[in-house]
Design a protein around this ligand. Structure first.
Ligand code: FRU
Length: 485
């Protein structure tokens, strides 16, 4: 692993010339994704500013241009008309004011009338590296580039720690008001969300209070990227609790969970209907964000980061890492969310391939399970050894995913085996395989499992229990790995 000095990580980017060579170097990597948004250079992490505006879907990601390292963060911009094909649209937001001198950190978007607004975290640090996070806003100009407001909407509260960031803006029709949710940590180092309110998008913001979530007063040390949406009349709150371990997540201290319940904006209370659930059970899924301005009240549109803070991935050697997930649709099931790849995803299917024990480098693998236990090993060698082992135990109704058999192992200290408890017997798994990730939609999307995998040239086979029925498609690429500054 390369050691970076602070100067190197926080170097300011001035022109395309400084990174074009980095881009040219990585595009030939066997691990560059074919249908996922990925960093143009360096590192991508959280999705930001995701929403629909005037016929276009906008997506940004946290971006450190210089390499596979978390340093000075920009927003990089990609656009789409169908949430499946993505076009690189250039640097989306850059740290160039005193309020964001050490990074434009995560935030959200909101479309109103002819304008698209971005709400982001200005990560200010002074000379002795003391952090002051500001909540800032910008409006997209006609050239598609943001024009920042000269002053932040608000600064941090002194009665919470320096961890106050990731504004998610929502409009609440019943109150005819805007609310911003902020991820925070209190002075007892417990994760919290703070709520601000205003009648207008760019001014008049005042602190409304702390979000109360009964039963979740001691649940992680920081709630990153809180986000709320309404699906079919129920409120769904997601956030990424960190600095804590949760049952079922091995040694990981970063998670992404959801609660279904009711949000009361008078009392600032979110009352969950049941316990929390994992938004995804996999090794690498974090900081997910719901899209803004979705018109269908019965579904939410979600995207996450395939990766975790403080984790390291094999493409660090190639000076890049990270990927967005595919865009997912979430609907309300029986006390839980049901996820699927975004509507129309099937149009990427190119050819049905013979189910002959070999995998395409990127494609879709559909499995219909037979009765009883099942073993599916993806990315085995030709002789059937190694690979990503997926075992279903019918008596326990659990699916175990074990990545220890892969040649490229990573984040071993975080855990390489995870279990997915199922509500009913395994019936099907839909696996989206891209060149460095798998996303599994299990039992029609009742559970999802997302992970980075870096198969070598010898790891493109699979084995499966007799009685299971497999259909494999190659997919057409839907992202172009071009350099747009
Ligand atoms: C989540 C996060 C956010 C922050 C951003 C910085 O991964 O830590 O809380 O805004 O990343 O890149």
């Amino acid at each position: 692993m390369r050691e970076w000095t602070r100067e190197e990580r926080y170097r300011v980017l001035h022109s395309a010339d400084e990174i074009i060579d980095l881009h040219d170097k990585i595009v030939s990597s066997d691990y560059r994704q074919k249908f996922h948004v990925q960093p143009i250079t360096g590192l991508s992490s959280d999705p930001n500013g995701f929403g629909y505006h005037n016929g276009i879907w906008h997506l940004y990601y946290q971006w450190c241009p210089w390499g596979a390292v978390h340093g000075l963060k920009y927003w990089y911009h990609a656009t789409s008309t169908d949430l499946i094909h993505w076009t690189n649209a250039g640097v989306g937001l850059w740290p160039d004011t005193v309020y964001d001198n050490r990074g434009t950190h995560s935030g959200s978007a909101f479309s109103k009338g002819d304008d698209l607004y971005l709400f982001y975290t200005g990560n200010h640090r002074d000379e002795d590296w003391t952090r002051t996070p500001y909540t800032c806003a910008a409006k997209l100009g006609e050239d598609g580039k943001p024009v920042k407001l000269p002053k932040p909407l608000f600064g941090p509260r002194p009665d919470y720690s320096e961890h106050q960031r990731d504004p998610k803006i929502v409009y609440v029709p019943s109150k005819d008001k805007y609310f911003i949710f902020i991820g925070a940590q209190n002075l007892d180092l417990k994760g919290r969300a703070l709520i601000y309110e205003s009648d207008s998008l760019l001014e008049g913001w005042k602190f409304a209070g702390e979000l109360k979530v009964p039963g979740f007063e001691d649940f992680g040390g920081m709630w990153e990227c809180p986000c709320i949406v309404n699906i079919s009349g129920k409120d769904v709150l997601i956030f990424s609790p960190q600095y804590t371990k949760l049952p079922g997540r091995a040694e990981s201290t970063n998670h992404n969970i959801y609660l279904i319940g009711k949000m009361d904006y008078d009392t600032l209370t979110f009352t969950p209907e049941g316990d929390y659930r994992f938004l995804d059970f996999g090794f690498d899924f974090y900081a997910a964000q719901f899209a803004a301005n979705v018109s269908d009240p019965d579904k939410a549109i979600l995207i996450g980061w395939i990766g975790l803070p403080d984790n390291h991935y094999p493409t660090e050697e190639e000076d890049w890492e990270g990927s967005m997930s595919v865009v997912r649709e979430l609907r309300l099931g029986d006390g839980q969310l049901i996820a699927s790849p975004v509507e129309g995803f099937e149009q990427l299917r190119d050819k049905e391939l013979p189910a002959d024990g070999t995998l395409p480098a990127f494609g879709e693998f559909l499995l219909k399970a037979g009765a009883g236990d099942m073993d599916l090993n993806l990315f085995t060698k030709a002789d059937g050894t190694g690979g990503l082992k997926i075992h279903y135990d019918d008596a326990a109704k659990t699916l175990t995913v074990d990545k220890r058999g892969m040649e490229k192992r990573f984040n071993q200290n975080v855990g390489e085996v995870l279990e997915v408890p199922l509500d009913r017997a395994l019936s099907d798994i839909r696996v989206l395989i891209d060149r460095c990730s798998v996303e599994m939609f299990i039992n029609g999307g009742e559970a999802t499992f997302t992970a980075h995998v870096y198969p070598t040239k010898d790891e493109h086979n699979y084995t499966v229990t007799e009685g299971a029925c497999v259909t494999i498609y190659s997919l057409k690429p839907s992202v172009k790995d071009d350099f747009v500054f």
